[in-house]
Design a protein around this ligand. Structure first.
Ligand code: ZN
Length: 62
């Protein structure tokens, strides 16, 4: 699981954690990553609301 040290404002929505980080080029990125075992969902977004929406609507694959 990719967890840059610069993650801030980490929030848990269901099994999904949303965190924001600076990509080192002056831009803020937002990651949604599922913590459920065996799921493996993880995605980057340019907008925080998009990441939170993805977290809220995420359904784990069986
Ligand atoms: Zn999941």
């Amino acid at each position: 699981m990719v967890r840059p040290n610069r993650f801030y404002d980490v929030r848990r929505i269901g099994p999904v954690q949303v965190g924001s980080y600076n990509d080192g080029r002056g831009r803020t990125k937002h990651t949604a990553a599922c913590t459920a075992p065996g799921c493996g969902f993880s995605a980057d977004y340019n907008d925080r609301p998009a990441a939170e929406l993805a977290a809220r609507t995420h359904r784990c694959n069986p």
